[in-house]
Design a protein around this ligand. Structure first.
Ligand SMILES: [Zn+2]
Ligand SMILES: [Zn+2]
Length: 372
């Protein structure tokens, strides 16, 4: 049996780099050789035991790679050696939920999220892709792994916050938390035509990044309650759309307090425990407000659209990639990422060694730190 290197979840706060069996594709499935992947905030929750997955599972849900083997039925669509990405969410395209347009809920609640959740994930040398026909998205020629690395989750999720919020041209929008997803939500608000984009965070470096992603006002929570300033900037009304990009009671509450009557709270965060809507911000339930939640849209057509934005240079996400690590150094990378040290935004992980190409060829506008 062929084996591969993979990062395996062993239980709360415990992961290990191990040799495990290499996947073999059945009909309709493909195996890709992972060239680049990354760490998501959700992975941190998983490692800490805050989001339950089975011990023994390979974590990670953001794959960039090359088709290594195709199961029966895919020869006419794809070729071995083709460079592809796969969304973090892998809908089947055929079930009740997919055919009702809620692909991320494929098969049932949160069911579309399979990699590193219910099936083995991308922190490995090879990855089995289910329903490959719906999910393998070829990378346009000329784009590097790093160019497209954030499409499977971060860009798709952040942008969906703006899309689900149904932002209209001229809207006032507040985005709460400016981590990688919040920054992509800020970018999404800009792409959707918001006139005023207010970015809120506690980290000045992230607020600075928010400006380059489209925010025209930044508010640091350390300077006091942001709602007063948000109301002042919107003639006392509040914003048309607030995007929550962290998954905590306080950010949810602030986002609710920030929207005007009839406004929309578009929630992207992953919450734990009970969530409370305070009486006044909720207008006793009579404020004509909308609260919408979104799980990262996946599938190859979504990925094609996101990559088209990058290929046409409408969007450049490489400033978000601040660090590079070999997959062997996952512990170090996770430690840095989870503690937000050294100005980290996103970490590129390379299962086959650091950097898929010479970093000198990659034009980074952000600070790039290469490990070892
Ligand atoms: Zn994620
Ligand atoms: Zn489905």
């Amino acid at each position: 049996m062929k084996t591969m290197k993979a990062v395996v979840f062993k239980g709360k706060n415990k992961i290990a780099v191990e040799e495990v069996p290499r996947p073999v594709p059945r009909a309709g499935e493909a195996v890709i050789r992972i060239t680049t992947t990354t760490i998501c905030g959700t992975d941190v929750h998983i490692v800490r035991g805050e989001y339950p997955v089975k011990p023994g599972l390979i974590i990670g849900h953001e794959p960039v790679g090359v088709i290594d083997e195709l199961g029966p039925g895919l020869d006419e669509l794809y070729t071995v050696g083709q460079r592809v990405i796969v969304g973090a969410i892998t809908p089947c395209g055929q079930c009740f939920y997919c055919l009702n347009g809620t692909h991320s809920q494929c098969g049932g609640g949160i069911g579309g999220w399979r990699f590193g959740n219910t099936i083995n994930g991308a922190w490995a040398e090879y990855l089995l892709v289910p329903d490959a026909r719906a999910n393998l998205a070829p990378i346009p020629a000329g784009l590097s792994d790093e160019d497209v690395m954030l499409c499977p989750d971060i860009f798709s999720t952040g942008l969906s916050g703006a899309e689900s919020g149904n932002i209209r041209v001229g809207d006032a929008v507040a985005v709460f938390a400016q981590g990688p997803i919040g920054l992509c939500a800020t970018l999404g608000a800009k792409l959707k035509g918001a006139a005023l984009i207010i970015a809120v965070d506690v980290n000045d470096q992230r607020l600075k990044a928010a400006r380059s992603f489209g925010a025209n006002v930044t508010l640091n929570l350390k300077d006091g309650d942001p709602i007063h300033e948000i109301k002042r900037l919107t003639d006392g009304r509040g914003v048309d759309v607030a995007i929550e990009a962290l998954g905590r009671q306080d950010t949810f509450e602030n986002a609710l307090r920030a929207i005007r009557p009839g406004g929309t709270l578009s929630s992207l965060g992953v919450y734990s425990g009970k969530l409370v809507a305070p009486y006044e911000a909720f207008y006793a339930g009579l404020g004509d407000q909308k609260i919408v939640t979104t799980l990262c849209p996946g599938g190859k057509e979504r990925m094609r659209r996101l990559m088209a934005m990058i290929e046409s240079r409408r969007v450049d996400l490489t400033p978000l990639i601040t660090h590079q690590y070999s997959l062997d150094d996952i512990e170090e990378a996770l430690d840095l990422f989870s503690h937000q040290r050294d100005g980290v935004l996103k970490v590129a992980l390379y299962p086959h060694g650091v950097a898929s190409r010479d970093p000198a060829e990659i034009v980074f506008t952000g600070a790039l730190h290469k490990a070892r």
